[in-house]
Design a protein around this ligand. Structure first.
Ligand SMILES: NC(=O)c1ccc[n+]([C@@H]2O[C@H](COP(=O)([O-])OP(=O)(O)OC[C@H]3O[C@@H](n4cnc5c(N)ncnc54)[C@H](O)[C@@H]3O)[C@@H](O)[C@H]2O)c1
Length: 435
């Protein structure tokens, strides 16, 4: 990467991470080529449009494509910096699948030239960046690669994970601090110089393995802490306690900060990444593995509780509020809310209605169940039981008067005042079920 001119950049993988990154790098004045294996994605971006939902991304992509700074392609061409942001799912036994990463690295290797920088952004098990290095060394014996030569390497290879929150990606891509791990300190410095072009947060240089582990640890930390809250909710339920009240009071302790329980943990990060640690150190990670089990188990606890409530009220109409894996987004991947609602829909059919303001239509597993999508007003007018599965803002602001007389199972604790409302059926297991 020459220091006197902005580098040409190639971003491989144009999804939730790659496309916003490509657009922001292009906005900083670099010429960016985006690469994806999906023709539809490439065509959409070249029209100046987007194929994913993210706040303000459409306008930015439109602008940088129009200015000729961003274009998309199915094949990798020469550049100065390569950023790999492809999926890293897990396999049937929760083992990390880095085949997309290796395939992306294989597509980059042939076009590398001395001075280039290769950066992996995909969440990856420890050692993946070194595997990329080994792959490049094998594919390009003409290049000196870092860590395998005593001389100055021809290329630099580094790892830099993402920490963005969906819905705030453009903001967080530039404002968040970054851990930038090089195969060697020189690699880290080269990668850091690239991120300085568009990141305002602090960029901290480290080694590749530490940076890989840092990303996994961040999400395992969240998972373990959510598991504690979820376990408390199940214990409190058994003991007839309101977990939200218990947590509210406990958090008044100056050094206690318990997170919020919910119907389980979803999405493609927190519910996935801890397994990458478990796969690397299975004997040494009982806490992280157990947390995964607790959070997955919470989904079944919620299904069982909702099921019992619906069975106890055979004439009641039921609205499930929310399908997304977290509040105020349209991402339904690995969503516990979606699993709970679909399970109830399969069992109770047309008695179940779904309110999801962020979905244009119900996911395919609902077809044939008889469950229908309705809006929030219809749910409040027509349904007797409300099962709160997602804490969307639009649900939070429903006034008590409009929930009065309803039987509520609030898995997110959004309506702490519900106990003040009279339920239509005083024989209900509880006017406001929590836990
Ligand atoms: N989405 C997030 O909020 C988030 C946050 C932090 C980290 N991450 C991590 O970032 C990585 C990417 O996640 P994402 O959400 O952007 O995934 P995504 O599924 O939205 O996008 C990945 C894109 O890569 C493309 N692709 C797959 N193989 C390819 C290849 N060999 N060459 C070119 N393109 C290829 C796919 O077609 C897809 O468009 C993952 O490792 C994920 O764990 C995601």
């Amino acid at each position: 990467m020459k220091s006197d001119k902005k580098p040409d950049v190639c971003v491989v993988g144009l999804g939730y991470i790659g496309l916003p990154t490509a657009a922001i790098v292009a906005r900083s004045g670099c010429r960016v080529q985006g690469v994806d294996v999906t023709q539809g994605v490439v065509d959409t971006i070249n029209r100046g449009e987007i194929h994913i939902e993210e706040v303000d991304l459409d306008g930015l992509v439109h602008a940088v494509v129009k200015r000729g700074l961003l274009s998309a392609s199915l094949t990798v061409a020469a550049a100065d910096v390569f950023v790999i942001a492809v999926p890293t799912p897990f396999g049937p036994n929760h083992e990390p699948d880095i085949s997309y990463v290796l395939s992306a690295a294989r597509s980059v290797a042939p076009v590398l030239k001395p001075g280039d920088v290769v950066i992996l952004e995909s969440t990856s098990p420890v050692g993946t960046t070194e595997q990329i290095r080994d792959l490049i060394a094998e594919a390009r014996p003409d290049l000196r690669v870092p860590g395998l030569t005593r001389e100055t390497p021809d290329v630099s290879i580094a790892y830099c994970p993402e920490r963005v929150l969906p819905g705030r990606i453009l903001h967080e891509l530039t404002e968040n601090d970054r851990s930038i791990g090089g195969i060697t300190p020189r690699c880290a410095r080269k990668a850091l110089a690239f991120y300085k072009l568009f990141v305002r947060g602090t960029c901290v240089a480290t080694d590749a393995r530490s940076a890989e582990m840092t990303k996994l640890v961040e999400n395992a930390y969240r998972d373990v802490n959510i598991a504690f809250a979820n376990e408390l909710s199940i214990i409190s339920d058994k003991m007839g306690l309101d977990v939200w009240e218990v947590i509210r009071l406990a958090n008044r302790h100056p050094r206690v900060n318990i997170l919020s329980p919910g119907p389980g943990v979803g999405g493609h990060c927190i519910a996935v990444d801890p397994w990458f640690i478990v796969a690397s150190a299975p004997q040494e990670s009982p806490l992280i593995r157990t947390a995964r089990g607790v959070n997955d188990g919470k989904i079944h606890h919620v299904i069982a509780k909702a099921d019992a409530l619906i069975t106890a009220h055979p004439d009641a109409r039921v609205a499930c509020l929310g399908l997304a894996f977290k509040a105020n987004i349209d991402d339904f991947r690995e969503s516990p809310a979606r699993l709970v609602a679909a399970t109830l829909a399969r069992k109770y059919g047309s008695r179940i209605s779904i309110v999801e303001p962020f979905a244009a239509e119900l996911p395919r597993e609902f077809s044939g169940t008889g469950a229908i999508p309705i809006d929030l007003d219809e749910a409040l007018e027509d349904c007797d039981i409300l099962v709160v599965l997602v804490d969307h803002d639009i649900f939070k602001v429903v006034p008590l008067a409009e929930r009065a007389g309803k039987i509520v199972y609030d898995t997110r604790g959004i309506w702490p005042d519900q106990h003040k409302a009279g339920a239509a059926d005083s024989a209900a297991e509880g006017l406001r079920l929590v836990g």
